[in-house]
Design a protein. Structure first.
Lengths: 157, 774
């Protein structure tokens, strides 16, 4: 029988304790066990970025991460990034510039860009492009996504 | 980019953020896979490892016996055929008798969890006899030993052949001053939406079946479920949650959706069936691999005399939209130029590969590339600027094409003028240094298909219901399917505009066949035009009631009352007025909540010959794009730096959404011209992942200068036409022709990858044809 020892980590700022077998994938744990469905499953193969979460503040593909690896660490999902009421400045910029169309890639982009702006409050266009190059969007052509990140950087400083 | 709009409208023409945007950016928007019904079983599909095989016997006993397995289904349980077009039903939910491509569904399982389901699949034993595989459509045009479908033409694998001739093409070529021939070859491309295919189905003891699915066309899914499962439509409820992109790939009723529902019926439990990314590639229904040949003749002044077109289209295993595809590859060349003589022969041939279907700018993309490249060559022959050649041939407004398409509005000439001026064409074309180039490509697309796919019973193409209750909120229902293009926002925008209220009052309801009136869904770029008109008509009915109530309250005649912002007032005496809520509550005294239904239908268009309806549309979009690019002549790598996209979508109702559609279309078009391809070795798909099937990176995205120049369309809602698919088409030839300007090589084999660019340059040098001094 697979072991179901509890996994302890910080989830969106709160201590969490979840039974998880050794092979459990972080994305499955978040979506299936914890019902945090804001993190999306686009490919399950590390190729789309829809499943991006922050592990100790770093953008991480949760579909490629064994849940066991976050033992004792801190995980932030899109739910943890969103304020209890309203939107973060970056989220507001995404809405207002039209950086979200179908929206399926959006949580991944918001998570990635949140980390970027935390580390580089005024990123260059190059830095933005590099930061989002692991996130696929098929709807927007990236134009308005880059614009949204620039807007948030300009306005939120 | 924001140009202030001065217009008679308050919201129409503004940049209106998506109404559901806040839910999407916080991860709170609910997609199908986010729905968790208690007691849900996991559905899994077994797919054929054979490209073509007769399925003789199957043993599912071991799979059924596995603890945790609730159902194992094979094809004969639901053998009724279906398909998106009623005339070509050739699919089954699960293969019956034969498997027709690697990836064809041959069994379905429902089990308590993923691992058990996978184990059950591994225990299913087939006795299969391999049959000849057909990778190349050229090998299927004559009688074949083992046709893929019995309905192929005269024992061949031809699914559909279209032959059309208008005027006298041979006579036109005989008197032509110039003529060119372009042979295009186009690899298949696929939608690559980010949300995988997924369906949940649940059958309940009240005799009902509920299906949640990532679909663009909930109504056709509803019909197909009913037909295949033998359940009347009113006992089936189809719900479309948020959909993560479609681009045509979620517009066929798909076999996994029906298989999932069948598993739910079998087990009495909810079943979720998530198609993994690899299998999304096998499901495909993307743009057809195509070979075409275009001959164009002009007189000495560059006036087009005739088109002579052939297309050989690789259909893959099923018909899907193929009959439409076969027509479109010919008839969508009827604009944006006047073509007095036209001949077309198109054949779509089944192969034992994943099915092709409808993908953004369906049927109009590949043929347009070859035509626009041919026109570029003709301009060169006739010593004309490519803009002048096109200008001279532009279809005039309010005209009829040789195959009897009705053209009403066209701002194509304005598109040409804007693209030419803004791109600086006259000082760049043939004048930029070697390796740098500009190219022109133009576009033409239907704004909705005039004939619905299903025409029984006769009913409007779109219906919208509104309910306004005492809280002042307005519920809007319609089966129009927002798949990210912004149609929910458009619905809210139109209702708010007509009623004069804030857009926040309008609550667009999730598509649910129990409460949403039928709209045929998101395909053929029909939603803005058709749902927009239906929404307007419904809102005008509510407005009439509110204005009557306002007249009663103010004691003024109703025809004196006018709509303001959240208020209705006398145009004679603007101080005299009532608020929206006051008018609403007065109107409700009579009837309770205000309800209204609006609908839109097309009137008959087109000729009476066979196939005359294909390509008829209530309006058409037009485009002229200039691409500027730089080629690294040592590596063949090129970067498209700017695309000037002049587009005629009539009046842009939501500028933000239109811009998004154009930018996304340019990105998708660039993918097809620069690198995307479904790569096959024989019939085996070699790159079924987003790592190997590469869409353009953010770094490859050019600057897109959007030039919206359309005049109002006479029949579109507030003058609008489509902007969802047409904007893709012109991208490809603009890039192809810019490459020619840059390095002097004609590329007609897509995608144009760097190795082809290098080879082309080498060949030109070997032929001793210098270009721009190199
Ligand atoms: S789901 Fe993790 S990268 Fe695609
Ligand atoms: S908004 Fe649809 S994939 Fe990005």
């Amino acid at each position: 029988m697979p072991s179901l020892a509890p996994l302890r980590f910080r989830l969106n700022g709160h201590p969490a304790e979840v039974p998880a077998e050794a092979a459990r994938i972080l994305l499955d744990l978040l979506r299936e066990d914890l019902h945090l469905t804001g993190t999306k499953r686009g490919c399950d193969l590390g190729t789309c970025g829809c499943c991006t979460v922050l592990v100790d503040g770093r953008p991480t593909l949760s579909c490629l991460t064994l849940a066991r690896l976050v033992e004792g660490r801190s995980v932030t999902t899109i739910e943890g990034i969103s304020p209890p009421q309203g939107l973060s400045p970056l989220q507001r910029a995404f809405v207002e510039t039209g950086a979200t169309q179908c929206g399926f890639c959006t949580p991944g982009f918001v998570v990635t860009a949140t980390a970027l702006l935390r580390d580089h409050p005024h990123p260059t266009r190059e830095e933005i492009l590099r930061a989002i190059s692991g996130n696929l969007c098929r709807c927007t052509g990236y134009t308005k996504i880059v614009e949204a990140i620039e807007t948030a950087a300009g306005g939120g400083a | 980019m924001a140009e202030p709009t001065t217009s008679e409208y308050r919201l129409i023409g503004q940049r209106v953020p998506y109404v559901e945007g806040p839910l999407k950016v916080t991860g709170r928007a609910e997609y199908t896979d986010d729905i968790q019904r208690p007691g849900t079983l996991v559905g899994r599909l077994l797919r054929s490892p054979w490209p073509h095989a007769r399925l003789r016997a199957v043993d599912v006993s071991a799979a059924r016996a596995l603890p945790g397995v609730f159902a194992v289904l094979t094809g004969e349980r639901y053998p009724t055929t279906f398909g998106v077009l009623p005339i070509t039903h050739d699919e089954t939910a699960i293969a019956v008798d034969k498997a027709r491509y690697i990836g064809d569904i041959i069994a379905a399982v429902a089990a308590t969890d993923e691992r058990t389901a996978e184990r059950a699949l591994a225990l299913i034993r087939f006795d299969a006899e391999p049959l000849p595989e057909y990778a190349d459509p050229r090998g299927g045009t004559d009688r074949v030993p083992e046709p893929i479908h019995s309905r192929g033409l005269n024992g061949s694998n031809i699914q559909k052949e279209v032959v059309q001739h208008f005027g006298d093409v041979d006579a036109a070529f005989a008197r032509a001053a110039h003529s060119v021939r372009v042979r295009g070859n186009f690899a298949g491309v696929t939608h690559a939406f980010t949300e995988p295919l997924v369906t949940i189905a649940e059958s309940t003891p009240d005799g009902r079946l509920t299906v949640w699915s990532a679909t663009q066309v909930p109504h056709y899914l509803h019909r197909s479920l009913s037909e295949v499962l033998g359940i009347p439509m009113h006992r089936i409820r189809v719900i479309k949650p948020e959909v993560g992109g479609g681009f045509g790939g979620k517009s066929d009723p798909l076999p996994h959706e029906i298989a999932c529902a069948a598993l739910a019926l079998e087990t009495g439990r909810p079943v979720k069936l998530l198609v993994d990314r690899e299998d999304v590639f096998y499901t495909n229904h993307g743009r057809h691999p195509t070979q075409n040949e275009v001959r164009i003749a002009t007189d000495a002044d560059g006036q087009i005399l005739a088109y002579d077109i052939e297309a050989l289209i690789d259909g893959g295993a099923w018909s899907s939209f193929g009959t439409v595809t076969t027509y479109y590859n010919g008839v969508l060349s009827m604009g944006p130029y006047r073509v007095p003589n036209f001949r077309y022969r198109g054949r779509r041939v089944y192969t034992t590969k994943p099915p092709s279907g409808a993908m953004r700018a369906h049927g109009g993309t590949n043929i347009r590339y070859s035509i626009e490249v041919a026109l570029d060559q003709l301009a060169e022959r006739a010593h004309l600027d490519p803009f002048d050649l096109r200008e001279r041939n532009a279809l005039p407004p309010n005209s009829t094409t040789v195959n009897q398409f009705r053209i009403t509005s066209t701002s194509f000439r304005k598109c040409l003028a804007a693209a030419r001026a803004k791109s600086g064409w006259d000082r760049k074309f043939r004048q930029l240094p070697y390796g740098r180039g500009v190219g022109l490509g133009c576009g033409f697309y239907i704004s909705g298909s005039n004939s619905p796919i299903h025409f029984t019973p006769v009913m409007p193409q779109s219906t919208v219901h509104l309910k306004v209750d005492m809280d002042g909120g307005i519920a809007a229902h319609s089966m129009q399917a927002d798949i990210g293009q912004g149609s929910n926002t458009l619905l809210a925008l139109i209702v708010a505009e007509v009623l004069g209220v804030d857009i926040e009052r309008v609550h667009v309801q999730r598509v649910d066949s129990d409460v949403s009136p039928v709209d045929l869904g998101s395909y053929s770029s029909r939603v803005t035009f058709m749902m927009g008109n239906a929404a307007r008509s419904a809102a005008e009915k509510i407005r009439a009631e509110l204005l009557t109530a306002a007249a009663e309250l103010t004691g003024r005649p109703v025809d004196e009352m006018q709509v303001g912002h959240e208020r209705y007032f006398s145009r004679v005496d603007p101080e005299v007025g009532v608020t929206f809520l006051e008018a609403l509550h007065r109107a409700m005294a009579r009837s309770g909540a205000l309800v209204a239904s609006g609908s839109f239908n097309t009137s008959p268009l087109g000729g009476t010959f066979k196939g005359a309806r294909a390509g008829t549309a209530p309006a058409y979009s037009f485009a002229a794009y200039v691409a500027e690019l730089e080629v690294d002549v040592e590596t063949g790598v090129y970067q498209v730096e700017t695309v000037w996209a002049a587009f005629d979508c009539g009046r842009a109702l939501n500028r933000l959404a239109v811009e998004g559609q154009i930018e996304g279309s340019v990105h998708m078009g660039l993918g097809q011209v620069m690198g995307e391809a479904m790569n096959y070795r024989g019939t085996r798909l070699m790159n079924p992942s987003l790592l190997e099937y590469k869409i353009p990176m953010p770094q490859q995205m050019p600057k897109v200068e959007i030039l919206l120049v359309g005049d109002d369309d006479p029949e579109g809602p507030f003058g609008a036409k489509e902007a969802g698919e047409g904007p893709l088409i012109a991208t490809l030839p603009a890039v192809g022709n810019a490459l020619y300007d840059a390095v002097g090589v004609r590329f007609t084999d897509l995608p144009i990858t760097p190795d082809k660019v290098l080879k082309g340059i080498d060949q030109r040098r070997q032929e001793g044809r210098p270009w721009k001094g190199a």
